[in-house]
Design a protein around this ligand. Structure first.
Ligand SMILES: *Cc1c(COP(=O)(O)O)cnc(C)c1O
Length: 425
């Protein structure tokens, strides 16, 4: 058996003990804690074997069958498989699997479809958009004009009529439907209609929900968007990385040029192999069960939290994601994140719509169930998670409470090993 992820056979343990020490510590943190960050997941051992394998040794600038380096016959086969599998998984005719990360994929989409100075329109970062959707500190906000929209201040839902009015007023060249803290389903069809009405392109950034879409637990942007970007490492449970889907050959050509030579040199073929493995896993019937269970778990966690008097933005969830409004508990997102961390619960502070606090402090806490669901946890465990959170956040500076909860979590998580069969040392 390969003991790579914690066993004694990893040569790193002997050759670089300084690094190995931290590897072990992080491994223990992952195994013994509750991972509730909605953008995180545990990739399979197959995905990690591919990501950590010999394909890392190869330069392959260009695209399959059109490389600038020799020796790419097997690299080409793997990249072609990754392309084919991603196309099939999402029902789209063109795919580029070379983007190193979601931000690069989005940058490529901008470069392909826009000129600097054009107007883009996405959800405000402070309301659940992404940095790359026009934040002033990001390339998107520096190179393009931005006309952001907000969610409805009362319901916290996307208000498509209001978005249509904003689009009419600002006439963006591209609209972005993609979210990092929106707990509800997105109607890509409505976005497409709005974009069409003002002659804008629609970019769907499905980074957070790609796994739910692949598993049939969230509507797909396929058939609606002019370009679809996504990370591979969130609900999709692949390696860190991204890909871009195009509905037309014309767009696909622009995307390919924007990625290479526009933005990148040599692609990470080891990561492309790992993406191919992840697309294969996501096409299996078990993945549909997984995607549905992510949502069931999120709904169970949301219900348990509301029973314990937590207030949820939009009043619940129908995805993998929950956003807590902490104001009725007189604490900030920052305080909550710190207290939970000390008890072995990893979540992240997040702004809520119209947050009175700064983005570094925040009034919100963002949770998600993809990682816990990968470990095999179900509704019963979600109720336990809600109770632990309540216990810790009721007395956020009580070290005894934290220690007690941490020990209870250690015992529970031991029943749900992330990588069964691997030895801890
Ligand atoms: C995570 C995310 C990204 C960026 O991905 P990175 O790999 O971190 O660059 C882009 N858009 C959305 C909506 C995301 O959730």
């Amino acid at each position: 058996m390969n003991e790579k992820y914690g066993g004694e056979n990893m040569t790193l343990a002997q050759s670089d003990p300084e690094i190995w020490n931290f590897y072990q510590k992080e491994w223990r943190r992952q195994e013994e804690g509750l991972e509730l960050i909605p953008s995180e997941n545990y990739a399979s051992r197959d995905v990690m074997d591919a990501a950590g394998g010999i394909f890392t040794n190869k330069y392959a600038e260009g695209y399959p069958k059109k490389r600038y380096y020799g020796g790419n016959e097997w690299i080409d086969e793997v990249e072609l498989l990754a392309i084919e599998r991603s196309k099939k998984l999402f029902g789209v005719p063109f795919s580029n699997v070379q983007s190193h990360a979601g931000s690069q994929a989005n940058m490529a989409a901008y470069f392909a479809l826009l000129q600097p100075g054009d107007t883009v329109m996405g959800l405000n970062l402070s309301q659940g958009g992404h940095l790359t959707h026009g934040s002033p500190v990001n390339f998107s906000g520096k190179l393009y004009k931005v006309a952001a929209f907000n969610v409805d201040p009362e319901t916290h839902l996307l208000d498509y009529d209001e978005i249509a009015r904003q689009a009419e007023a600002h006439k963006p060249k591209m609209m972005i439907a993609g979210f990092t803290a929106y707990p509800r389903q997105v109607d890509f069809g409505k976005f497409a209609k709005i974009a069409k009405s003002v002659n804008a392109k629609l970019m769907a950034d499905m980074s957070h929900v790609a796994g739910l879409i692949a598993g049939g637990a969230h509507p797909s942007p396929t058939g609606h968007a002019d370009v679809i970007t996504s990370t591979t490492h969130k609900t999709l449970r692949g390696p860190r990385g991204a890909f871009i889907l195009s509905p037309s050959e014309e767009t696909a050509k622009l995307i390919d040029k924007a990625v290479f030579p526009g933005l990148q040199g040599g692609p990470l073929e080891n990561m492309i192999m790992a993406k191919a493995v992840a697309f294969h896993e996501a096409a299996k019937p078990e993945f549909k069960t997984y995607a549905r269970q992510i949502v069931k778990n999120a709904k169970a966690l949301a219900a348990a939290l509301m029973d314990l008097n937590f207030v949820l933005v939009s009043g619940g969830t129908d995805t993998h994601l929950i956003l807590i409004d902490l104001r009725n508990r007189n604490m900030t997102g920052k305080e909550a994140q710190l207290a939970l961390d000390a008890a072995g619960i990893t979540a992240n502070k997040n702004t809520i719509p119209n947050d009175p606090q700064s983005p570094f402090i925040t009034s919100g806490l963002r949770l998600g169930t993809p990682a816990l669901t990968t470990r095999g946890m179900k509704e019963k465990e979600m109720a336990m998670v809600a109770h632990w959170m309540d216990e810790v956040l009721k007395s956020p500076s009580d070290e005894q409470v934290r220690a007690k909860v941490k020990e209870e979590i250690r015992r529970m998580t031991a029943e749900f090993p992330i990588y069964p069969g691997l030895i801890k040392n």
